[in-house]
Design a binder for this molecule. Structure first.
Ligand code: C2O
Ligand code: CU
Ligand code: CU
Length: 482
């Protein structure tokens, strides 16, 4: 008997299986048309945001974890996701950024009946675009998202992208009390009419960050997603030059961001390619300095003593484009969205009627008792998705919409459109470079942004600020594609 042969052969088989598991995410035999079946259960749970010795925090969770499980789907392959609601209130799941059929968009009252406690809903869609997306509730969003309901959704490219590692940072911000409980007071007037519920603890994939170990020469695709209720972020990688390759899931021309800062408002995603060029053994801070005077170190890149490769990769970084229809600007239908209200907003809200649960409410104190603090074109839709939301405008199917968004307020607003990716044309009159497509567009105070999209998908679609307090307090509207 030649034992050495059988042992080495056995070793080889094991090693080969390890390689296959690491590089092929699913068996090559799975046909692209096979339905990818998933199940998610939504229920109260407990997590530790500050590591194994920290306090338990009661949360609401997808499959018991915060964030929820990372769903990896494949571009063009049908998915069927059964969602079971074990909370004691209604919920829905919205697949943020995925261009899908209106009935699967997860807005209660508008696109589906809410998922009642103890019942299921089956979502079926075929993601047309590869990229970085996420999922979250669209019922009682401020509280449900604020208690932990959010997860990442990655749609894989048909051909794998040539990087050494594919990492995802889902960033969340929490307002925690000293005992580790999520603080109450959701929807206060202060939060609603100012910057929203910005918290005091930031987590990365569910825990307060520890160092990320990296190796000299590695090329990493880092998918950044801000799933906070209200916290804006601007990340700088000290000693590194991240290259932006996609925004909100849509590939763009690879470019280094202005001042090396990656600005991520709530709901936004940015994919960067990071070439790890630090010295072996060195450590580099990743800093969030969005708010003046409140910069903090999010995490550190900690280099291994041993390099990964001697010479950095030089291959071009562009991702393959998604099949998003090109706008026909010469024949576009023009629409304008004007954002109004908030504290120091110049009293623009007089005469605004707020809608909640289908009934009309007058303007009280901004944001109080579900009242309006904000408006779009003079109209405040408050609360979350509900029946009877009348469209602000209607677009004929197939038309190009040239949409101008004007921020008349003194606050920042990440404006999000359901169902479509927007080609971002200009920012305060200057053309936006790098062929950027986004589903969430950040407007600084007094900003004007012009964008365009082809209204190829019929249905009633939401357009709202993704600062959850702002949406609840009136910065929300609906448009229709017929
Ligand atoms: Cu993240 Cu209305 O959506
Ligand atoms: Cu969305
Ligand atoms: Cu806002």
């Amino acid at each position: 008997m030649d034992f050495s042969h059988s042992i080495s052969r056995r070793r080889f088989v094991v090693a080969a299986a390890g390689v296959a598991a690491a590089t092929l995410v699913r068996p090559a035999t799975l046909r692209a048309s096979a339905v990818d079946e998933r199940r998610i259960r939504i229920a109260p749970g407990q997590v530790r945001f500050t590591g194994p010795n920290g306090p338990f925090t009661p949360v609401w969770a997808y499959d018991g974890t915060v964030p929820g499980p990372m769903l990896r789907l494949r571009q063009g392959q049908p998915a069927r996701i059964t969602v079971e609601n074990a909370l004691d209130e209604d919920t829905t799941v919205h697949w943020h950024g995925i261009r899908l059929q209106n009935a699967m968009d997860g807005v209660p009252g508008l696109t589906q009946p809410p998922i009642k406690p103890g019942t299921d809903f089956v979502y079926e869609f075929t993601p047309p675009d590869a990229g970085t997306f996420w999922y979250h509730p669209h019922a009682d969003s401020l509280v449900q998202l604020g208690r932990g309901l959010a997860g990442a959704l990655v749609v894989e490219e048909a051909e794998p992208v040539a990087v050494d590692r594919d990492l995802l940072w889902l960033l969340q911000d929490w307002r925690l009390a000293a005992d580790g409980q999520i603080a109450g007071g959701f929807g206060s007037m202060m939060d609603a009419s100012m910057s929203g519920r910005v918290g005091n603890v930031v987590t990365l994939n569910g825990t307060t960050p520890t160092d990320l170990s990296v190796k000299t020469g590695e090329r990493v695709r880092l998918r950044l997603a801000n799933a906070s209720l209200a916290r804006m972020m601007a990340l700088r990688f000290e000693g590194h030059r991240p290259v932006v390759v996609a925004i909100d899931g849509q590939p763009c021309e690879p470019h280094e961001p202005d001042d090396g800062r990656l600005v991520l408002a709530p709901a936004m995603r940015i994919d960067v390619v990071l070439d790890m060029q630090g010295d072996p053994g060195s450590r580099h801070a990743v800093i969030d300095d969005f708010y003046d005077g409140l910069a903090y170190t999010l995490t550190n890149l900690a280099y291994d003593k041993a390099p990964f490769r001697a010479h950095p990769l030089t291959a071009y970084l562009a991702l393959p484009r998604n099949p998003v229809p090109a706008p026909d600007l010469a024949n576009a239908v023009r629409q304008e969205i004007v954002l109004q209200g908030g504290m120091m907003g110049g009293g623009k809200l007089k005469g605004v009627g707020g809608m909640m649960g289908g009934g009309m409410m007058g303007m009280g104190m901004p944001g109080m008792n579900g009242g309006a603090a904000w408006a779009i074109n003079g109209m405040s839709m408050t609360g979350d998705g509900h029946a009877g939301m009348a469209p602000q405008f209607t677009l004929p199917r197939g038309a190009t919409c040239h949409l101008t968004m004007r921020n008349e307020t003194a606050w920042w607003h990440p404006m999000h459109v359901h169902g479509f990716s927007l080609s971002v044309l200009s920012h305060n009159g200057s053309p936006v470079p790098h062929r950027q497509w986004q589903d969430t567009v950040l407007l600084a105070p007094k900003d004007t942004i012009e964008c365009a999209f082809v209204a190829d998908n019929p249905g009633d679609w939401m357009l709202h600020c993704h600062v959850a307090d702002h949406q609840m307090a009136g910065l929300m509207t609906v448009f229709r594609v017929t």
